[in-house]
Design a protein around this ligand. Structure first.
Ligand SMILES: *Cc1c(COP(=O)(O)O)cnc(C)c1O
Length: 401
């Protein structure tokens, strides 16, 4: 029999065969301390209240659940509801997790925060929360990413964070992750590692799921108030998998609600130039956990490619691997050019400029809607706004400002 949501992960941090803690021995005490602090905090009503109040007054929650009627009419099928995480402070869902873990760090008495960032979205969310809570913030970012994402590096500095460019390896996200872990190991007594998705060693996938579940909890109340029933489909893009897990998890035990995760197919799954770990990867260990990964024939981590920087990661959260293996969720892949179609479609039908990550989910949901009868309800997580992507989009569409 499949496990109930309350039984996952098990006490060693496994979702079936996925997850666990594949880290150097000297990090184990830090992970144990973190797990204990998280368990205590999440059972403490004062902590919950503080998180909820800042969700309301700082992030601007609850975010709306918007019926996209012109988009649905265009597709001539099921209803499409957009969960508007693009309207959260800083323009995406990442702030929910940054806030939750920032409060946890403070409660643990750790006033020095380290985090890695790729395109800079997680770095900006962490720097934002650190400024608001009065925590010292150090962001590791590959040199190549600092160059490509100069505006986000500037944002972090303006918010008071120290941005440390990483010159090793390919000078991108995975090198920044290694450097962050090195810092954490060295300074573990006063330092908190604020991880940005439902990845990494236990307890991170569970903690990040917990803080992002505010998305699915609100959706449940909002859709029930509108339709007096639960939706038929939940659709979300999957990079590491946090916005998808945040939407899905509160519906885990509602077996009639179908989950669809949408990965980045880049130039196409058959070209090898993509970031679809669940659709095209194999099981292995990366960044502290066992999960599906993109590897080459020698078992080396493969180079990934996606037009959406936030989906450009060779791994995926272990709970998604478990959902794939048990069939609780289905994972599809959408190419760069299809995501651009989704992007334009939402701009033109609804007056909303979505993030390129979210555009993957929009594209898939629109196609799905067209194949379904009108009585069906699809909720799409609009994980972020697209202002950050205008340069990339204008180049891809060869548009001039
Ligand atoms: C980072 C990001 C993602 C991907 O991260 P997940 O952990 O998979 O949610 C998706 N959408 C936006 C807007 C992002 O910034």
């Amino acid at each position: 029999m499949e496990a109930k949501s309350s039984q996952l992960p098990d006490s060693r941090g496994y979702f079936g065969q996925f997850g666990g803690t594949f880290v150097p021995e000297r990090l184990m005490p830090a992970l144990d301390e973190l797990e204990q602090a998280f368990n205590q905090a999440s059972a403490d009503s004062d902590f919950q209240r503080e998180f909820q109040e800042l969700c309301r007054n700082y992030i601007g929650r609850p975010t709306p659940l918007y019926p996209a009627q012109r988009l649905a009419a265009r597709m001539d099928g099921a209803a499409i509801l957009l969960k508007r995480e693009d309207l959260a402070h800083t323009g995406a869902h990442k702030i929910n997790n940054a806030l939750g873990q920032g409060l946890l760090a403070k409660r643990m008495g750790k006033n020095r925060i380290v985090a890695e960032t790729g395109a800079g979205q997680h770095g900006v969310a962490v720097a934002t929360v650190c400024a608001m809570l009065g925590l010292n913030c150090i962001i590791y970012m590959g040199e190549e990413d600092v160059r490509r994402q100069a505006t986000n590096a500037l944002r972090m500095k303006l918010l008071g964070a120290e941005v440390r460019p990483v010159a090793s390896g390919s000078r991108t996200l995975k090198d920044a992750i290694n450097e962050t872990i090195r810092d954490w190991v060295t300074n573990v007594r006063d330092t908190y590692y604020l991880l940005g998705s439902v990845v990494g060693p236990h307890p991170y996938p569970t903690m990040v799921r917990h803080f992002q579940s505010v998305i699915g909890q609100e959706t449940r109340e909002q859709v029930t108030a509108m339709y007096h029933r639960l939706p038929d489909y939940l659709v979300a893009c999957v990079g590491g998998g946090s916005n998808a897990m945040g939407l899905f998890h509160p519906f885990f035990d509602d077996r009639d609600v179908k989950f669809i995760g949408v990965e980045a197919a880049g130039k196409g799954l058959d070209t090898g130039k993509h970031a679809a770990s669940l659709s095209a990867g194999r099981v292995g260990v990366l960044h502290g956990a066992r999960s599906y990964l993109l590897q080459d024939s020698h078992g080396q981590i493969a180079e990934t490619l996606s037009i959406a920087a936030g989906l450009d990661y060779p791994g995926v959260g272990p709970e998604h691997s478990y959902y794939k293996e048990t069939g609780r969720a289905t994972y599809m892949a959408v190419t760069d050019s299809q995501a651009l179609e989704g992007f334009k479609l939402l701009c033109q039908t609804e007056g909303i400029i979505p993030a390129l990550e979210s555009s993957h989910a929009i594209y898939y949901a629109a196609r799905l809607a067209a194949s379904l009868p009108r009585e069906q309800i699809i909720v799409v997580n609009l994980s972020g706004r697209g202002d950050k992507d205008l340069d990339i989009v204008s180049r891809a569409l060869e548009m001039k400002p």
